[in-house]
Write a protein that binds this ligand. Structure first.
Ligand code: CA
Length: 222
């Protein structure tokens, strides 16, 4: 799932970016409010993490701006501003959650995961389609009870397909949520990764779970 991080302190930004990537999230980083505003309006993020004190445009204004566009993307404000009045302002301005610095990375991850589950109307962090299981906390995938090791990108792709199981997902949807700004839209990288995934989760099984929808994309279903 794809996250936009708007944070001007480069050290903190790269620390958070690295930590999120380790959890298989796809991350774009903006170092000021203006760049954050542009990225938030052109891309379909699953979650946005906003600092408040930012050059060009502060996080509270950016949050209001995103909500004015009727976007329901979950927004988590991450800031050193710890006064109750600031929290009220952030949450009142449309943020879904508010975490103050300094923070424990584990807590940030737990909040990110909870916001994403809520967005995707998931009741638990265990996804299951037929005998295929994905544990979002442990990042483990099993088919018919057997562990299947996946690369980070394969995992992110499978997670996206499983969250949207029984639905048709287009190549554009996949590239928007499983790749970041560096994605080359003229490449066939989505199909290449789908093939990798098929080789790992479907090959050797009677029932195929990943289905191609001609001219459109893919669906994962029983
Ligand atoms: Ca800042």
């Amino acid at each position: 799932m794809r996250i936009l991080l708007v944070e001007d302190e480069k050290k903190i930004a790269s620390f958070i970016e690295r930590g999120l990537k380790e959890q298989h999230y796809v991350v774009d980083v903006a170092h000021d409010g203006g760049a954050g505003s542009v990225l938030a309006s052109v891309n379909d993020y699953d979650l946005i993490i906003l600092d408040v004190m930012l050059p060009e445009k502060d996080g509270f204004s950016l949050c209001l701006e995103i909500r004015k566009k009727k976007s329901d993307v979950p927004i988590l404000i991450l800031t050193a501003k710890d006064k109750v009045s600031d929290k009220v302002r952030g949450l009142g301005g449309g943020a879904d959650d508010y975490l103050t610095k300094p923070f424990e990375f584990e807590e940030l991850l737990a909040r990110v995961a909870a916001l994403l589950r809520r967005k995707n109307s998931q009741k638990s962090s265990d996804l299951k389609v037929a005998d295929l299981e994905l544990d979002q906390l442990k990042h483990r995938v099993k088919r018919a009870g057997k562990d299947i090791p996946l690369t980070s990108k394969e995992y992110a792709l499978l997670e996206y397909l499983m969250i949207h199981s029984d639905q048709v997902v287009t190549r554009t949807m996949i590239s928007e949520h499983v790749w970041n700004e560096d994605f080359d839209s003229f490449s066939n990288v989505v199909d290449v990764y789908i093939n990798h995934l098929r080789g790992k989760i479907d090959k050797g099984f009677k029932k195929q779970l990943i289905h191609s929808i001609r001219g459109t994309g893919y669906t994962l279903k029983e």
